[in-house]
Design a protein around this ligand. Structure first.
Ligand code: AP5
Length: 228
């Protein structure tokens, strides 16, 4: 893609942030800009649920309740995906790790490949804004591009900017009551990873209440610095 700046060596990034912080939105922008592959464990789990695999069957009810799927299932799914060749130049880990166990597993999986995390970015948002962001979200059924009823509409109403598709979906776990459980899981189990990555000197905090393009610019600056 024009304007893509491919890193000279494998670059692995971790995106942290509560539900609706913009991890998926920003991961797709970084993917285009730096030629890295977005690895969303939420997307991988939803694919497993749709395919009816044993992991998907085990994950379905947990995801519907807003809780975290077991480390064992998530690490296995992530490990399988990381074994595919398109991730060799580096990955953007979107929604992974979410627990201390997952953080250690990610370090080990990357070390096996002679790689390591170059930056962890925490998208910082107010909990109060999250329900509006999540309940207004839709996704192109064709290419997965994300939209929002108020904050990110397609240029041509009802037509995806990226692929021209006209079918859009809304996630089953985006109901307001489930969002509260997802936020609570984030604060209890995932937010401590912010200190974990700060302790390793890898953390950057970004104000994700700003408009999407401003957040993207701040994130690109962090990645450029990490790759320098
Ligand atoms: P997952 O799919 O990872 O969901 P999440 O973390 O809850 O995050 P979201 O996808 O809801 O939000 P996002 O931060 O990507 O925001 P987005 O860019 O879409 O996980 C789902 C479930 O799977 C979990 O609850 C759990 O059960 C399970 N799971 C997944 N990973 C797991 C793991 N590692 N371990 C255990 N369980 C796991 O943006 C949201 C909306 O806001 C969009 O409409 C967007 O257009 C809009 N928006 C984005 N940025 C802005 C902005 N700056 N201003 C205004 N609007 C914006």
């Amino acid at each position: 893609m024009d304007g893509t700046r491919f890193p000279d060596r494998p670059a692995d990034l971790v995106l942290l942030g509560p539900p609706g912080a913009g991890k998926g939105t920003q991961a797709r922008i970084l993917q285009d800009r730096f030629g890295l592959v977005q690895l969303s464990t939420g997307d991988l789990l939803r694919e497993a649920v749709a395919a009816g695999t044993p992991a998907g069957l085990a994950a379905r009810e947990v995801m519907a309740s807003g809780g975290l799927v077991s480390d064992e299932i998530v690490v296995a799914i992530l490990s399988d995906r990381l074994a595919t060749s398109d991730t060799a130049a580096g990955a953007i880990f979107d929604g992974f790790p979410r627990t201390a166990v997952q953080a250690r597993a990610l370090d080990a999986l990357l070390a096996e490949r002679g790689r390591g995390i170059v930056a962890a970015i925490s998208l910082e948002v107010d909990d109060a804004a999250m329900v509006a962001r999540i309940t207004g979200r839709s996704t192109c059924a064709g290419c997965g591009e994300g939209y929002h009823d108020d904050f990110k509409r397609p240029a041509s109403p009802g037509v995806c900017d990226r692929c021209g598709g006209t079918a859009f979906t809304r996630r089953a776990d985006d109901a307001a009551e489930t969002v509260a459980a997802r936020l609570s899981a984030y604060h209890a189990q995932t937010a401590p990873l912010i200190d974990h990555y700060a302790g390793q000197g890898l953390l950057s905090r970004i104000d994700a209440m700003a408009p999407i393009d401003e957040v993207a610019a701040a994130m690109a600056a962090v990645v450029e610095t990490a790759l320098a």
